[in-house]
Design a protein around this ligand. Structure first.
Ligand code: UD2
Ligand code: MN
Length: 287
């Protein structure tokens, strides 16, 4: 990803490229954490530079990076309101060309986070051309905006230090929470496995895929890669996946047949709200 690729339609706009280091960052962020998060409408009122569908293109300089933000979601509206309130101003200060896609699992069958992320990739790359893609848990709120959601040449694990885990990695190969991959890198590992129904394992499988294809993961320093996780119990319909270790043991042999190239889903609806493009998908069931 060359940071010098100007976004389409602005080639001859005469605007300068955005600086490598965004000039108006705040550093440590304030949290109105214990209050109920603002409504989507209130957040939209306070983010007037957004275009329908949660799209932003810096008005005064040419963005260096074009990023699709993918949020897998079901029945976490309060967390989604908090994330929209918190994240949009950060991404705008970081002068990114971006769009937020919420991939909503339809119906109440077993949750399949990884399949929603595959769907997010496929639908976003049909919608526009991006340099990289961010997969973002709905409940993670960045504590310091000096952590840049800027594309890098290697896969990046952004949520390094989370309050729930005592601000350190629970284990060295953790690749869950908030991650960023180049568009081609994600395609090169055939995306996520579609076989992880319920909680756990899909992020470890992705780590194994990247390792198998020779990618090394980079992590920003934990001093700024700090997140708070909005409180939650285990969700209904997302019980511990008892097969996760068995599926994980077959990652290397299966990865080229289980992922982007075989994901079966149907889009039930697309709603361009002011803050995000809401794609509701039927992901089917395990059998
Ligand atoms: C960890 C990982 C997460 C995922 C999960 C195992 C970190 C920081 N997070 O999170 O990435 O690997 O373990 O699957 O390492 N969700 C819904 N509705 C549901 C259930 C899940 O929207 O009913 C989404 C939502 O974006 C949520 C994410 O899936 O943040 C992960 O689910 P979780 O937050 O319950 O899992 P958690 O916190 O154990
Ligand atoms: Mn969580």
């Amino acid at each position: 990803i060359s940071p010098d690729t100007p976004s389409n339609g602005q080639l001859n706009s005469g605007l300068p490229k955005c600086p490598i280091n965004p000039p108006n960052l705040y550093g440590k962020l304030q949290f109105h954490f214990n209050q109920t998060p603002p409504s989507f409408e209130w957040t939209a009122q306070n983010n007037r530079n957004l275009k329908p569908g949660g799209f932003y293109n810096p008005p005064n300089c040419i963005a260096r990076y074009r990023i699709a933000i993918i949020i897998p979601h079901r029945s976490r509206e309060i967390h989604l309101r908090a994330l929209m309130w918190h994240l949009h101003p950060i991404l705008q200060r970081q002068q990114i060309y971006y769009k937020v896609y919420v991939i909503q699992q339809a119906y109440n069958l077993e949750f399949n986070k990884a399949k929603l992320m595959n769907i997010g990739y496929l639908e976003a790359t049909k919608d526009d051309s991006y340099d990289c893609i961010v997969f973002h848990d709905v409940d993670l709120l960045l504590e310091d905006d000096r952590l840049l959601y800027h594309c890098t040449n290697t896969p990046k694990h952004l949520s390094v230090a989370i309050d729930k885990y005592g601000y350190r990695l629970p284990y060295p190969s953790l690749f869950g929470g908030v991650t960023m991959l180049g568009i081609d890198q994600f395609r090169d590992v055939n995306g996520y496995s579609n076989m992880f129904w319920g909680w756990g394992g899909e992020d470890d499988d992705m780590f194994a895929r990247l390792f198998t294809r020779g990618y090394s993961i980079t992590r920003p320093p934990y001093q700024i890669a700090k997140y708070r996780m909005s409180f939650h119990h285990r969700d209904k319909g997302n019980k511990l996946n008892l097969l996760r270790y068995e599926i994980l043991s077959n990652t290397v042999t299966k990865m080229m047949r289980d992922g982007l190239n075989g994901v079966k889903y149907s889009v039930v609806g697309v709603d361009k709200t002011p803050l995000f493009t809401n794609i509701t998908a039927d992901v089917g069931t395990a059998i």
